[in-house]
Design a protein around this ligand. Structure first.
Ligand code: ATP
Length: 390
């Protein structure tokens, strides 16, 4: 009797155990399933990474392509093309390329060995131009510029007024100026003025350093000028600021070296572009130079750069105004006679005054002070005027 009871109890226990086991297995199955899903997702991610790596590997093993510029069409399959080195080639076109879209000045990708046109580079801003666009004019307000009130007024008349109220000019029958030349000694605030105008009218600011164009992009500089103007036309209002214009706008003497020819080609393109846009276009050109005497008269003739604005070395009162701008940012102690310090700053420009304030701050730091005294400014003025006379 007892053994039958035991048997029944054993059977009952094993059923209970079975249920426990089943529950355990069910939970385990769920965990395994979630792990499987996780692993599958990881595999997909790894597949994507593998694809990218393979693509990059193929790209690095691919034969590179050159960028060229179409000069002229000879027939439906032959074009004269300018390679980046400036050399001209007669090239053919790959069948897959849409030949109707190939025009003069179109940029194309070329096979590096056969120079066949492989692809059209349409509607893309040249990377060189793109780097010029990244120039941020910064926040320059009127109160950041000292001693140049008259110049600021004239600059506004030439740049701001035609952009916002062109009818004033047309009503009076006056030709709208296309641009202005800022000339004067270095460090007097020519770039600062251009930045101010650009910031003030919220226009796109394209800064070109003329010497940089001819130095860096030999054979390409004329094209760069062309592209800058076509970009400006698409993104007006736009201010094109050309610094150190004397590097390409110098008087033409002879066509001596290839570098001279390059400079002349660039100047011709610049003149051509300046003639090409009308005054009503929202594009204004500001050029700056320290050497107005060497500029080609063709550049300065009315209709191109109509206005010339002299930015002189600051007078004593202007020096004090510039001083006040940079002086405000310094921590000071005691009485400081700015007139006395300005007397020490003979032939100083705006940049020197800024430098003077920094130097005075450094003298204070060397003396383990966190404020500037009059004697620091005097020492700094003497130091800078000594280094200017070396
Ligand atoms: P360069 O001909 O050498 O290019 P520049 O005339 O364009 O010189 P800027 O680059 O405008 O001179 O000036 C250099 C710096 O000097 C400016 O960033 C500014 O800090 C200071 N500066 C020059 N002139 C003034 C001024 N009138 N008021 C305030 N700061 C000035």
């Amino acid at each position: 009797m007892k053994s039958i009871q035991d048997d029944a109890q054993n059977k009952f226990l094993s059923d209970k155990e079975l249920i426990i086991n089943w529950e355990f297995l069910w939970k385990h199955k769920k965990k395994v399933l979630s792990k499987v899903i996780e692993t599958e997702e990881k595999i997909i991610e790894l597949d994507i990474i593998e694809g990218k790596i393979k693509k990059n590997l193929h790209a690095s093993q691919d034969v590179g392509q050159l960028v060229g510029e179409v000069i002229k069409k000879i027939n439906s399959n032959r074009y004269i093309l300018k390679a980046p080195t400036g050399t001209r080639y007669i090239v053919s076109v790959q069948n897959a390329v849409n030949k109707y879209k190939i025009k003069q000045n179109t940029r194309v990708a070329l096979d590096s060995s056969t120079l066949t046109i492989m692809k059209l580079l349409l509607n893309r801003t040249d990377p060189i131009i793109d780097s010029m666009l990244n120039e941020n004019p910064g926040m320059v307000r009127q109160k950041d510029i000292g001693g140049l009130e008259k110049q600021l007024q004239q600059l506004k008349e030439v740049i701001e007024l035609p952009l916002f109220n062109p009818e004033i000019f047309t009503r009076c029958g006056v030709k709208i100026p296309k641009g202005i030349l800022l000339y004067g000694p270095p460090g007097t605030g020519k770039t600062l003025l251009a930045r101010f105008v650009s910031y003030n009218i919220n226009a796109k600011f394209l800064k070109i350093v003329a010497s940089g164009i001819v130095d860096k992009y030999i054979g390409e500089s004329a094209r760069i000028i062309r592209e800058i103007f076509s970009y400006a036309r698409l993104h007006s209002p736009c201010i094109i600021f050309i610094d150190e214009i004397d590097a390409i706008g110098g008087r033409r003497f002879s066509e001596g070296s290839s570098a001279d020819r390059e400079i002349q080609r660039t100047l011709m393109e610049l003149l051509n572009q300046m003639d090409g846009f009308s005054e009503i276009n929202d594009i204004k050109i500001i050029m700056a130079t320290n050497r107005p005497d060497v500029l080609d008269p063709a550049l300065l003739r009315p209709g191109r750069l109509d206005r010339k604005l002299h930015i002189p070395l600051p007078s004593k009162s202007a020096l004090i105004e510039i001083f006040t701008i940079y002086f405000k940012k310094l921590k000071k102690h005691g009485i400081i006679d700015l007139e006395k310090i300005a007397d020490l700053c003979k032939n100083f420009n705006g940049a020197d005054i800024r430098n003077l304030c920094t130097e005075a701050g450094l003298f204070a730091i060397r003396d383990e002070r966190n404020f500037v005294k009059e004697e620091d400014l005097i020492k700094a003025a003497k130091k800078i005027s000594y280094s200017k006379n070396i």
